[in-house]
Design a binder for this molecule. Structure first.
Ligand SMILES: Cc1ncc(COP(=O)(O)O)c(C=O)c1O
Length: 309
């Protein structure tokens, strides 16, 4: 009997060399490579702002603060997700409310979310389950007229597209994971993206103890010689290191090839396992409607109507 690993990170000499260069540079904490990774990631996803953090869990924590969730608020999350999605809601003192998911995509839909919205609902966290992009626009159309923020938990979805748009690009705030079980890895790491410049600036401060001027900027003399930073709200140490970012920059360049390979593997598994599938079992599929979507999880193109049931 052979063992099939859940994931083998696609790491090689290029990543090793990039990490070594970061070490040789003498700057290993959050610095120029983190800034470069943020710019490259924002460009790849097509969002104005990307803030690198230590994990998707910390990205979700900042996203909850950005959404204004706090004690007394409810945040709708999928009943099917990794525990970090709901944990992040509790970090800010809000209450997670669990919504059913579509059995085909594994994702929230307006129909599963609508009955749970109350006047205490502050946000909805829509997960791209296994990298299958959630129909974010449909959730936003439901939530935003009621003043509810939709956060996309795109932990597994770097490289996924829906209707030609990268996962996370349509969200006010989105969170990504670079844990080795994901396609693009930095060892540990995450990214929070957003559309609002003021929010991005706040998230940058919050990930670094709430400092008004980052350590890297102070070192570079930004803000003038001898600038003294202020701490205007309670922050956290959610920083990414330059060693991680150096690896991430190489991995980002490989992402299209990694998505293509994962799709090939998914098709192979589906074909091979499909013949011996137990009755009632099926795999999740990408969202039904568009033909131009693609998923970082490699879910194949078979339409949901063909799903075994
Ligand atoms: C949907 C989802 N959200 C959040 C996380 C947490 O990611 P991280 O390990 O980077 O904190 C995961 C990890 O698997 C996940 O699948």
């Amino acid at each position: 009997m052979s063992t099939i690993p859940v994931m083998i990170p696609w790491l090689g000499e290029e990543e090793a060399e990039a990490a070594a260069e970061a070490v040789r540079s003498g700057w290993v904490a959050q610095g120029p490579r983190v800034a470069a990774f943020e710019r490259a990631f924002a460009e790849a996803v097509g969002v104005p702002h990307a803030v690198a953090v230590s994990s998707c869990t910390t990205a979700l924590h900042l996203a909850m603060i950005g959404a204004g969730a706090g004690p007394g608020d409810e945040v709708v999350v999928p009943s099917l997700s990794f525990i970090a999605t709901a944990n992040a809601v509790t970090y800010v003192g809000a209450t997670p409310v669990f919504a059913d998911v579509d059995p085909v995509t594994g994702n929230l839909t307006p129909e599963t979310v609508a009955p749970l919205l109350t006047d205490r609902t502050r946000a909805v966290v829509a997960v791209d389950q296994g990298g299958v992009p959630v129909d974010l626009d449909a959730i936003r159309a439901l939530a935003e007229p009621r003043g509810i923020t939709v956060v996309e938990d795109a932990a597994c979805a770097a490289g996924s597209l829906l209707r030609g748009r990268p996962a996370g690009a349509g969200a006010e705030i989105a969170a990504y994971s670079f844990h080795p079980r994901k396609l693009l890895t930095t060892g540990e790491g995450g990214m929070v993206t957003c559309r609002d410049a003021g929010l991005a600036a706040r998230l940058r401060r919050l990930r670094e103890h709430g400092m008004s001027v980052s350590a890297a900027d102070r070192h570079a003399g930004a803000g003038g010689a001898g600038v003294v930073e202020t701490y205007d709200e309670i922050g956290f140490n959610h920083r990414m290191t330059d060693v991680q970012a150096a690896i991430g920059l190489v991995q980002l360049g490989k992402l299209p090839a990694m998505v293509a390979r994962r799709r090939e593997l998914a098709a192979h598994y589906r074909e091979s396992l499909g013949r011996s599938w137990p009755p009632g079992w099926s795999t999740t599929r990408r969202t039904a409607a568009p033909t131009s979507s693609r998923s970082g999880c490699g879910c194949p193109r078979t339409p949901p109507t063909a799903a075994r049931s």
